[in-house]
Ligand binder design. Structure first.
Ligand code: 5AD
Length: 497
């Protein structure tokens, strides 16, 4: 049996695409191989969102080229965003590559590999599936993941001037809501407890078959984000349909949304649906209107503030994280100071900061790249210091509180690891396997990026390593049916401010 080794770079969408590539390969007779040296096929699923990611691919291919010299029948395939962006050109620079395949072409992989194995020329497939978009459902395999991803849309119609994604992922295409609901239901029936809905602008979702109610008025007072006054998306309706039709689903998350579609209907869904996690990743990119305009983000800082403010008020204790680019062309120190101010004001508990990196085919190329590398590093360090401080303060505030932890599996040192209803990672010890269970814990200690908790249920306390400090035995919170609505919630509401 032929064996493959798959290396994934980049975002959650790419991780998810890699899972589908595995399904396709395993469905056509390949077996996974842990070590690269023993594989017959090495596949790199690439990322091109920043230049660094692309450089990584090039050095990896160089390394594999050496391996190929000693093993000429090793097949080397490049998938993902760099493959899409470069297509045939990749073969010119890196002749060791046998197959180049874009994100929409996973299903064609076995055919292309067969071609190469029979001595054919290198194969390149980078068409987008514009007319009949395919969303490969996950193949059933082994034990279901406690937390898993379901793609609801792909591509991006935004034209943020820094971003290569419209080139590498094509225009927006949406999956039928019935298909999404069926896949989520199937996963939950197989044992998955938490689903993260995936899409490049996940909250722009519309049902291509028109099965969901949409078009609610967006009631955000005087704001005009772009020209979107009526909420054209059906994303909040999809969330409601999932909550209603998959009652066994414990937690629902989504990533990554665009602030333009954080409408009053989406805020209402967060207020009312108990299944929605109390954490939202809402990329803002900059805290300066001047920079946002040059980025073509289509919102102002005031509009962003108003919308996330409404979300914070609607859901007590909800935490926010964000993506921020530093050193975008023309960003002054004053602009950057406004970004820091916004980070402080919103109180993001986590910030993914990036130095601006010019990308091929993007409109920002014509703006130059005028912030020095040194200045970008300095700004990134300041952003990091501020956001790490906010994260530490947030985690410290949780000590002593009771949290519902969805256990994802064994962690280090014999314990288990899970996440709170927001998104904090919690390590805990338990006397038996609690994977997939919702365990109530008291937070005992805060680390730099995670927490330690002690189960409140005495029966779960491990014989060793725990002090038995849980006090009176509390009823176990394992597998409690989730609250149908926020208002009827029987869970302790975190009150963070
Ligand atoms: N340079 C730096 N960061 C970028 N991102 C996207 N494009 C670029 C770029 N050209 C960041 C954005 C986005 C995240 C996934 O990557 O912050 O939200």
């Amino acid at each position: 049996m032929k064996r493959y080794h798959l290396v994934t770079f980049g975002c959650q969408m790419n991780q998810h695409d890699s899972d589908r590539i595995r399904d396709v390969l395993e469905g056509s007779g390949y077996a996974p191989c842990e070590t690269l040296e023993h594989a017959d096929l090495v596949l790199l699923n690439t990322c091109s969102v920043r230049e660094k990611a692309e450089q990584k691919l090039r050095s990896e291919v160089g390394r594999l080229g050496l391996l190929k010299r000693t093993r000429p029948d090793l097949v080397l395939a490049v998938a993902g965003c760099v493959a899409q962006q470069e297509g045939e050109r990749l073969l010119r620079g890196l002749p060791q590559i046998d197959v180049v395949i874009g994100p929409d072409q996973a299903a064609a992989l076995p055919r292309l590999l067969a071609e190469v194995e029979q001595g054919g020329l290198p194969q390149v497939r980078t068409e987008f599936d514009l007319h009949e978009p395919r969303f490969l459902p996950a193949a059933p395999r082994g034990r279901a993941k406690v937390s898993d991803f379901v793609t609801i849309m792909k591509g991006c119609d935004e034209r943020c001037t820094f971003c290569v994604v419209p080139t590498t992922r094509g225009p927006e295409r949406y999956r039928a809501s019935e298909e999404i609901i069926a896949e989520v239901a199937a996963r939950v029936a197989a044992g998955t407890r938490e689903i993260t809905l995936l899409g490049q602008t996940v909250d722009s979702y519309q049902d291509p078959l028109g099965k969901l109610p949409g078009g609610q008025r967006d009631e955000f007072s005087a704001t005009r984000m772009g020209r979107l006054q009526r909420d054209e998306t059906e994303f909040p309706s999809l969330l409601r349909a999932l909550a209603e039709r998959v009652p066994g689903l414990q937690r629902l998350r989504y990533t990554s949304p665009h602030p333009r579609h954080l409408t009053s209907a989406l805020v209402a869904a967060h207020r009312e649906l108990g299944v929605l996690a109390r954490h939202v990743h809402m990329p803002v990119q900059s805290g300066s209107d001047r920079v946002l305009r040059r980025m073509a983000r289509r919102y102002t800082v005031a509009e962003y503030r108003e919308r996330v403010g409404a979300l914070q008020r609607a859901v007590p204790g909800l935490t926010l994280s964000s993506d921020i680019i530093v050193g975008f062309p023309g960003e002054t120190r004053e602009d950057f100071a406004l970004t820091l101010e916004l980070v402080r004001e919103v109180g993001f508990v986590s910030v993914f900061g990036f130095k601006y990196s010019p990308r091929p085919f993007t409109p920002a190329l014509k703006l130059g790249d005028d912030v020095s590398e040194e200045e970008k590093s300095e700004r990134l360090a300041q952003l990091f210091e501020l956001s790490e401080g906010q994260r530490a303060a947030h985690l410290a505030r949780l000590v002593g509180r009771t949290e519902q932890v969805l256990v994802e599996g064994p962690g280090e040192r014999g314990g288990y690891t899970g996440r709170t209803e927001r998104n904090e990672i919690v390590h805990l010890q338990a006397a038996r396997d609690v994977t997939g269970k919702l365990v109530e814990v008291t937070i005992a200690e805060a680390f730099k990026h995670s927490l330690r908790g002690t189960p409140t249920d005495r029966a779960l306390l491990a014989a060793e390593g725990e002090s038995g400090s849980a006090g009176a035995a509390a009823p176990t919170a394992e597998l409690e049916p989730r609250a149908a609505t926020r208002r009827s919630g029987h869970r302790a509401l975190p009150l963070l401010h």
